[in-house]
Design a protein around this ligand. Structure first.
Ligand code: SF4
Length: 265
């Protein structure tokens, strides 16, 4: 089995190799990403259906089409959430549908990204998800919807890794280059786009190469103290920020890394 890699894993490694080891090599559980996301999920499902099932014989759907789709995904929401979602979709409609001459069928919605990369005799399986993939001037535009309350832009180095990973994976899957990664903030109706270039792919190959070297030599995963330590859920185990770090739980110590070598010819 190949070693699994994703944008989140690459970003974690870039932030701090020690945190990467805690999370992915030792399997320490974190509850950092728990929480209610039902409204966000319903919005994502609505937009996926709206673009996937629209019949595209008229240039633009009416707002009713979006609201019909919303009706099929908002059952489990509270009345306040359902109303909130409806207003968010009305804003979306005005900003991204009504303002267009026509909308075009996406290449895919709610898609999975899968690709492979071989570095230093190790095989890495790349996995990820995206919300929408559109054709764009001889290339591709990958669109992710964000349902956060504020427009919180990703850090430049972290978005660069995400772009590079998508670039690499989409090139393998579609034989086309990623031209743009766009984030649509549903609550504010803003769209932020980042250009994608082959340099982003090269950056990912360098970072994956570093991980490969680390895995092959089994050397220590170095802590990288910085502002990220304030939000790190593993800080209690980390000798870089604790004089007396907590011992790791017993079941974690026996965790085996998911590593498989690929034989070179
Ligand atoms: S506390 Fe800081 S140095 Fe330690 S694992 Fe977390 S991010 Fe890395």
């Amino acid at each position: 089995m190949a070693y699994q890699i994703s944008a989140t894993k690459l970003q974690t490694y870039h932030r701090c190799p020690q945190a990467y080891q805690f999370r992915y090599e030792l399997g320490l559980k974190t509850n950092a990403f728990f929480g209610s996301a039902v409204l966000g999920t319903a919005l994502h499902q609505t937009l996926a259906q709206a673009y996937r099932d629209w019949y595209y014989q008229e240039p633009l759907p009416k707002i009713d089409w979006l609201l019909d789709c919303w009706g099929q995904h908002s059952d489990s929401l509270s009345p306040a959430q359902a109303e909130d979602g409806k207003q968010i979709l009305e804003t979306y409609y005005q900003n991204f549908i009504a303002s267009e001459v026509a909308i075009h069928k996406p290449l895919a919605v709610e898609g999975k990204i899968q690709a492979s990369l071989q570095v230093a005799n190790l095989e890495f399986a790349i996995a990820g998800r995206y919300d929408r993939l559109d054709y764009l001037d001889g290339g591709l535009e990958l669109i992710d919807y964000k349902s956060t309350k504020e427009v919180k832009l990703p850090k430049e180095d972290e978005i660069d890794l995400q772009i590079g990973l998508y670039y690499l994976a989409l090139e393998q899957r579609y034989r086309q280059s990623l031209r743009k990664l766009s984030l649509i903030y549903l609550r504010t109706g803003e769209k932020v786009s980042f250009d994608a270039t082959p340099e982003h792919k090269q950056l990912v190959e360098i970072v994956v190469g570093n991980i490969a070297r680390q895995l092959r030599t089994d050397c220590e995963w170095q802590p990288k103290p910085g502002e990220q330590c304030e939000r790190c859920t593993y800080s209690r185990y980390c000798s870089a920020v604790q004089d007396c770090p907590d011992p790791l739980p017993d079941d974690v110590r026996s965790h085996q890394p998911q590593l498989q070598l690929v034989l070179a010819l």
